[in-house]
Design a protein around this ligand. Structure first.
Ligand code: AMP
Length: 279
């Protein structure tokens, strides 16, 4: 496995693979890797010949009062996990390599970036779309892997790839959960034991909606209030919404198209998100 920190070196490292016609798979991450990330790596290993994992905590997707400076980092551990997972290249540029002086060109996503997290994190998806596009240009993958856990991010990235004619297949990998249902996230490490227990209310609420949907419930309000009923243990609920899987617009009753139930909540000072698909 190679660890690479500059774009020039990355291009050199991938040139011969590309000449040999190898399929390059790409897994963008912000590091502090867990089994969710490693499942994306596994998917890439299965569907490509060379797997590149980027580890970059992207400053442009954090708001001024968010956790950029405290975001968990442990690069030595990430490197070891990648080596053990047979990653070919870890690309870990620093912020100056990605955003050299006078950087001023951004990707502005449209309607898909407005609801849900977009309403609470202004500029977040602009930062995400910009860095993903830049990383795509650096790595030039044939196929890239994203987790369903960040459902709105997947939608924004897919749409960007279509709008900008990016010749990259975008694959969404199902959310990986702890045994008790909590969606894996690098931010889970912020949680105290007591917060960790209360954080379970999020997945419990979403699963309750799935059960009710499977039992035949198709009324949006009933499904949403069922999920909300479980969420009184969180400290600050930002949203629980049922949205159309493709447009992210509010789903309508009776549900007759695949919909995503998405939630974001603070437990202590940690913001957690999760979602399930009702289809
Ligand atoms: P992050 O490092 O949090 O930016 O995540 C990097 C990639 O891993 C994104 O595509 C995430 O959606 C994905 N990811 C994060 N957590 C999970 C999870 N629990 N299950 C599946 N994918 C995940």
């Amino acid at each position: 496995m190679q660890t690479i920190t500059t774009v020039a070196e990355l291009r050199r490292a991938l040139a011969s693979d590309r000449r040999a016609g190898k399929r390059v798979g790409f897994v963008p991450t912000m590091g502090y890797l867990h089994d969710g990330h490693l499942t994306l790596v596994e998917a890439s290993r299965l569907q490509s010949d060379v797997t590149v994992v980027s580890v970059f905590v992207n400053p442009t997707q954090f708001g001024p009062n968010e956790d950029l400076s405290t975001y968990p980092r442990d690069f030595a551990r990430d490197e070891k996990l990648c080596r053990d997972a047979n990653v070919d290249i870890v690309f870990a540029p620093d912020a100056r390599e990605v955003y050299p002086g006078r950087f001023e060109t951004f990707i502005e996503p449209g309607e898909l970036a407005k609801p849900l997290c977009g309403a609470f994190r202004p500029g977040h998806f602009r930062g995400v779309a910009t860095v993903v596009c830049k990383l795509f240009n650096m790595v030039q993958p044939d196929i890239a892997f994203f987790g369903q856990k960040d459902f709105q991010q997947c939608a924004v990235v897919r749409h960007m790839a279509v709008d900008l004619n990016l010749p990259i297949e975008i694959v969404t990998v199902p959310t990986v959960r702890e045994a008790d249902g909590l969606a894996m996230s690098s931010r889970n490490r912020y949680l105290s034991e007591e917060e960790r227990r209360r954080a379970l209310a999020i997945s419990r609420g979403l699963f309750a909606a799935v059960d009710s949907f499977r039992a035949g419930e198709r009324e949006v309000e009933k499904l949403v209030s069922l999920a909300k009923g479980h969420l009184d243990e969180v400290d600050r609920l930002q949203y629980v919404e049922l949205v159309d899987q493709d447009t992210l617009k509010a789903a309508e009753s009776p549900l007759c198209r695949p919909a995503a139930m998405c939630a974001a909540a603070y437990v202590g000072s940690t913001r957690l998100i999760d979602n399930v698909i009702l289809a």
